[in-house]
Design a protein around this ligand. Structure first.
Ligand SMILES: NC(=O)c1ccc[n+]([C@@H]2O[C@H](COP(=O)([O-])OP(=O)(O)OC[C@H]3O[C@@H](n4cnc5c(N)ncnc54)[C@H](O)[C@@H]3O)[C@@H](O)[C@H]2O)c1
Ligand SMILES: C[C@@H](O)[C@H](N)C(=O)O
Length: 373
């Protein structure tokens, strides 16, 4: 009955220290010898950027998290199964292992990462490995290592081998002193989490490498991402995923953020499509290297109201986690993404009602399939 109700209502169902190599120092010195050159003119002194845009060879790091498997699926559809390699430090589930190339790769092991890039002729690197906001506050040393040292390895290897590199940033790269409604692309960024600090560092280092060495660095600030088939990795926005699963299973949910906490969110299909479209955008259309992308903002109260249109019996209680609430209270409420819409045609497809219909449909049908097996 619920499935029919959901299906009927469904609107969319779609589906180490930075190593400055000798080569790079010489290139930079050559650039400096012509004093009138602008820093970005150094581009010409580096390995030519990937011209084979039809079929890039792609490596995704940290690919077994909430976003990586879905992105691999989308990219494989576009570029061919064997042109997209998923990697992580964990063992993949069988369905992932059998669906395309998977290898072990620890981003802290720079030599191994370099071997993978060289041996597989990688031209695009999607750097998804990270320690998210809540986990990071509970293990700052790990967050520093993975999010900062790991990023340095990625940028060095990408620069040395002329790769196009994508590093996601986040709404967490802003802080309580940033304008919060709306939050523009360029404003004060003084985050108060190690996650946020490491992401601002990533934005700045990537842009610096772009201007200094011609690295084709691309970065999107994602909102909280909501997905049905993959679990979130320990962030502040996780409630907005967990509520769907728990509500369908038990009819109730305990929320760890206040009911009026307004945060930017996005359905995973929009996030992954944005990533592909941004990676394919011609370099000369990108007036910036770091863009906000936005789809909707809602509070737990808004989400519950929308879900109750389909699950009228849903009961939600609030048991606020002070650490998570403090993080959320310093993040944007509404993200402004005018530049992405203008420069490379970004357009979201899912609003709150479509998100709710789609999530509930996915979860209910996959629970039913699991029960039938
Ligand atoms: N999911 C979101 O809501 C969201 C929002 C904004 C930005 N982002 C960013 O998008 C990226 C992907 O997010 P996600 O939600 O899939 O993250 P996640 O936490 O679910 O997954 C991260 C993955 O990184 C892997 N990892 C950890 N240490 C590693 C190491 N040393 N070497 C290789 N891999 C390692 C983990 O095993 C894990 O599979 C991250 O950079 C995150 O900051 C995500
Ligand atoms: C927002 C995003 O970066 C992640 N979901 C977090 O809450 O940490």
């Amino acid at each position: 009955m619920l499935v029919m109700q959901l299906l009927r209502g469904a609107v969319k169902h779609a589906g180490s220290s930075p190593q400055f190599s000798v080569e790079r120092l010489i290139s930079a010195a050559r650039g400096f010898s012509s004093s009138s050159q602008h820093l970005s003119d150094f581009e010409g002194t580096h390995p030519p950027p990937c011209t084979d845009t039809e079929h890039p060879k792609i490596l995704i790091t940290g690919g077994l998290g909430q976003l990586g498997v879905g992105l691999a699926k989308l990219l494989r559809r576009r570029f061919g199964k064997n042109n997209v390699i998923l990697s992580d430090i964990r063992k993949p589930p069988n369905h992932v292992y059998h669906n395309g190339p998977f290898i072990f790769s620890d981003i802290l092991d720079s030599k191994n990462l370099r071997e993978i890039v060289v041996n597989n002729n990688i031209s695009w690197l999607i750097h998804y490995s990270a320690v998210l906001s809540a986990v990071g506050e509970n293990n700052i040393a790990l967050a520093k290592e993975v999010n900062i040292t790991g990023l340095h390895n990625i940028l060095d290897i990408a620069t040395d081998h002329g790769l196009r590199v994508f590093v996601p940033s986040t709404i967490g790269a802003f802080g309580p002193s940033s304008p919060r409604d709306p939050t523009p692309e360029l404003c004060v960024q003084r985050p108060r989490t190690i996650y946020g600090v490491s992401k601002v560092h990533a934005e700045l280092m990537g842009e610096y490498y772009h201007h200094r060495y011609g690295l084709d660095f691309r970065c999107l600030r994602y909102p909280g991402i909501i997905s049905a088939n993959s679990n979130p990795g320990g962030g502040t926005t996780d409630y907005a995923v967990q509520i769907f699963h728990t509500a369908v299973k038990t009819g109730c949910f305990e929320c760890n953020l206040r009911s009026d906490t307004l945060l930017p969110m996005m359905y995973i299909d929009d996030c992954l499509r944005a990533t592909l479209e941004f990676m394919e955008a011609p370099a000369d259309s990108l007036l910036s290297r770091t863009y906000n992308i936005s789809a909707m903002s809602f509070t737990p109260h808004d989400l519950v109201q929308e879900m109750q249109k389909v699950l009228p019996e849903l009961k939600v209680t609030y048991n606020v986690d002070p650490l998570l609430q403090a993080i959320a209270d310093g993040w944007p409420m509404v993200l402004e993404d005018i530049a992405a819409r203008r420069d490379w045609g970004w357009k979201h497809e899912f609003d709150l009602s479509e998100l709710v219909q789609t999530m509930l449909t996915h979860i209910t049908t996959s629970n039913q399939r699991a029960q039938a097996n």
